[in-house]
Design a binder for this molecule. Structure first.
Ligand code: PLP
Length: 396
């Protein structure tokens, strides 16, 4: 039987789950809070049920401080980021991405700024660090907030500082596809007393789940811990595929993070360096093996950064070759993905003229992108299989 490797997964063990259960009875989320504060060296840390809610809470907090209304974000990123912006009554303003770094294009940010701009949201896509120094310079010149989306980049560092710690506020996601997963969850960090005070009020007003809902989360987390293991993933693949969300989200729920998940989070953080180093090593192996190939582009890495790859992004010159690689890699039992096949302005109607594409790089990129898993259940043998498939497909 050929074992299937999922596109995403954190190896959550039964010891981690036991730690989560103990913490459900003994502790609050305080222990996990101090773990994150130590990791980020930030004064304040708050948890939510998701990265989306974390972003929503930050935006609501900024609204209590400023009357400005526009939020600048990249045109290629998680489309769900639009929902909290809209829900707070703010306006998303997209900027194009760079085909060199695969992240927000710095020049495009400047063109989006006007007197209504509230904040810039740099996103470290796929765990790739974006140039926070340049973003900070622009933000300072125009007195804008920086809200750093480190949802996919937990562990990535820039000059030895973790991503998520460079702006006025930063957030992480612990959803099932992220670098460390507690099934779901979000986390906000900040040093600003004003922002923290507003975030604290918002978080305190998040509804707490009842016993049955908490039990369901615990059961799903345990099921996920099993489901991402290649043997279970292979046996239950049909069922798991049906459970994956494929439809476009139009709203999101906000509630408090559970003590059980915080307990699992603490347990995962104890082995974080092992898990995150594997992601880095796997990404760098792919980098070394693929960098010289004609027909694909890899992201330029910024000096003095350590990218902890959430997945490894490859941009193909030819969309058809990408499709062939996708089929062959998945056919070999390794789940590569094409997320997101469309940029944000083609997913949500934000009033942009699609006939005269305002964000051509984001469109070009989304059509040619293939993501290779880098999680700890991959290994050099499986990565080499991917490399060989890509080499063969490009040679045809
Ligand atoms: C870059 C980015 N930001 C934000 C989010 C939202 O996080 P969550 O799924 O925890 O709501 C995601 C989720 O995929 C993401 O990839």
């Amino acid at each position: 039987m050929k074992l299937l490797i999922p596109s995403a997964g954190t190896p959550v063990s039964f010891t981690d789950i036991a730690q989560g259960l103990t913490s459900s009875f003994n502790q609050s989320t305080k222990t996990f809070e101090s773990v994150i504060k130590t990791y980020t060296n930030k004064k304040y840390c708050y948890f939510t049920n998701s990265g989306t809610t974390a972003f929503y809470v930050i935006l609501k907090a900024l609204k209590t401080i400023s009357r400005k209304t526009e939020v600048i974000l990249p045109a290629y990123t998680a489309p769900s980021l639009i929902l909290p912006i809209r829900k707070t009554g703010l306006k998303p303003i997209l900027c194009d991405i760079s085909l060199k770094t695969f992240n927000m294009d710095i020049q495009s940010i400047e063109r989006c700024i006007n007197k209504n701009t509230l904040c810039i949201v740099p996103v470290h896509m796929f765990g790739l660090p974006m140039n926070t120094e340049d973003v900070a310079k622009i933000a300072q010149q125009h007195s804008l907030f920086v809200v750093e989306d480190a949802a996919s980049s937990l562990g990535t560092t820039i000059q030895n500082h973790p991503t998520g710690t460079f702006g006025e506020a930063g957030f992480y996601s612990f959803n099932r596809g992220k670098n460390l997963s507690t099934l779901s969850g979000g986390c906000i960090v900040t040093d600003s007393e004003d922002i923290a005070a507003a975030i604290k009020t918002e978080c305190a007003s998040l509804p707490k789940l009842g016993f049955v809902s908490k039990l369901k989360i615990a059961a799903k987390l345990i099921a996920l811990a099993l489901a991402v293991r290649p043997l279970f993933y292979t046996i239950f693949n049909d069922l798991i595929s049906k459970l994956k969300y494929t439809t476009l989200h139009t709203d999101f729920d906000s509630f408090a993070y559970t003590k059980f998940q915080a307990g699992v989070g603490c347990a995962l953080f104890e082995q974080a360096s092992k898990i995150l180093n594997k992601r880095y090593d796997h990404g760098m192996f792919l980098f070394d093996m693929l960098a010289h190939l004609k027909g694909i582009k890899l992201p330029e890495l910024i000096p003095h950064t350590v990218p902890v790859f959430n997945q490894f992004p490859i941009m193909f010159d030819d969309e058809n070759v990408k499709e062939i690689c996708f089929e062959k890699i998945n056919g070999s039992g390794i789940e590569s993905t094409k997320l997101y096949p469309d940029p944000i302005h083609r997913v949500y109607n934000l009033g942009y003229d699609l006939n005269n594409d305002p964000f051509p790089n984001a469109t070009y990129f989304s059509r040619r992108l293939l993501l290779i898993p880098t999680h700890p259940m991959m290994n050099i043998e499986k990565l080499s299989r991917v490399v060989n498939i890509i080499k063969e497909s490009l040679a045809v």
